[in-house]
Design a protein. Structure first.
Length: 347
């Protein structure tokens, strides 16, 4: 009971901000709502509350719990929406493209981040957000690398701004370049950050382009667990927590339980476990788990906003935005080159 009383104020604040964010997001026109994810509103509303009103220290434990524990649970549940069979569905060419682009995004973010003087953790979050699946990847990676709240807020803001620009710019460029539906869908699915933004940009051109874009994007999403595992191992090696030990011990020390939980849920879904549970219970269990995960992420990111000091973000400066723009642009141009060289997904 003491633990509950300690967490209640901060959790209640994060929950209220999340509900307000969902309500505000629901008031937007459908096209704009697809382009601007509700998590952005959760972060920004949290920032407004915490920086316009000085929250007493009593709120801190619950806010920290929302970002740490609830977020881990959300990521585990998110695994129910991923299937490793999706990788095979789009063919080897698309998988090669995705791996190349993910590697490029992570390398550019870190290399350019060093030159710009951006903190390594923030550069990692921007790189992961660009490489994998936007805000979900940022949220999942943050606790692994022990990123600061302001790093998460800045990475989410950067990711959303870049993706929002892409939602409007990519369809225009598709008309200019005269791209086929398959080529455009592959481009959007491999280069645009967040899933909602990929769907918005893809279906803005045609239904066929939207389906290809979504399928390619889901393949990127399915690889999120491997990216998080690799990032955790690299950070553990950098911090000197292990050097000459076996791979098994590296995994044991580097991989948090929630990452293993995410991978386990994806495997269960791939083997038909979620579909079996849906038949037994007479409802779509996968959709229920994903809906619960998304709301928990919303509450967690509301907590991130509540726990972030704008003055600290201001001291960070515009360099992270420049880092995100350059990383996203290079990945976009490389994706176009690979599509021209290898052909679009599924062909």
């Amino acid at each position: 009971m003491n633990r509950i009383r300690t967490l209640a104020p901060g959790l209640a604040a994060a929950l209220l901000v999340a509900l307000c964010a969902r309500w505000v997001h629901g008031l937007l026109p459908p096209v704009l709502a697809k382009a601007l994810g509700e998590v952005l509103f959760a972060v920004f509303l949290g920032l407004l509350v915490s920086n316009l009103f000085r929250l007493p220290p009593i709120f801190a434990p619950g806010i920290r719990f929302s970002f740490q524990t609830l977020l881990r649970l959300a990521i585990v549940l998110l695994g129910a929406s991923f299937s490793f069979a999706q990788v095979a569905a789009i063919g080897g060419k698309a998988l090669v493209m995705i791996i190349v682009l993910m590697s490029l995004a992570l390398w550019v973010a870190h290399a350019l981040g060093k030159r710009l003087g951006v903190r390594t953790e923030l550069a990692t979050l921007i790189g992961v957000g660009t490489a994998v699946c936007g805000n979900s990847a940022i949220s999942a990676t943050a606790p692994v690398i022990k990123a600061k709240d302001e790093d998460v807020s800045f990475a989410v803001a950067t990711n959303t701004i870049m993706g929002t620009i892409a939602v409007f710019a990519y369809p225009i460029l598709a008309r200019v370049f005269g791209m086929s539906d398959a080529a455009f869908g592959t481009w959007v699915g491999s280069a645009v950050n967040d899933t909602s933004q990929v769907v918005a940009a893809g279906f803005a051109v045609s239904e066929a382009a939207g389906h290809v874009a979504t399928l390619v994007k889901l393949t990127r999403n399915a690889l999120m667990g491997f990216v998080i595992v690799g990032t955790a191992m690299l950070y553990a090696r950098r911090d000197g927590t292990h050097t000459q030990v076996s791979l098994l011990k590296q995994l044991q020390k580097s991989v948090p339980l929630f990452v293993l939980g995410f991978l386990l849920m994806a495997i269960i879904n791939s083997l038909g476990g979620i579909a079996w549970a849906s038949r037994i219970l007479g409802r779509n269990v996968g959709a229920d788990l994903v809906a619960a995960s998304r709301f928990l992420i919303l509450v967690a990111l509301a907590g991130v906003g509540l726990g972030t000091n704008v003055a600290a973000m201001r001291r960070t400066g515009p360099r992270p935005f420049l880092l995100g723009f350059v990383t996203a642009t290079l990945c976009s141009l490389t994706s176009l080159g690979l599509i021209r060289l290898l052909g679009p997904a599924g062909r």
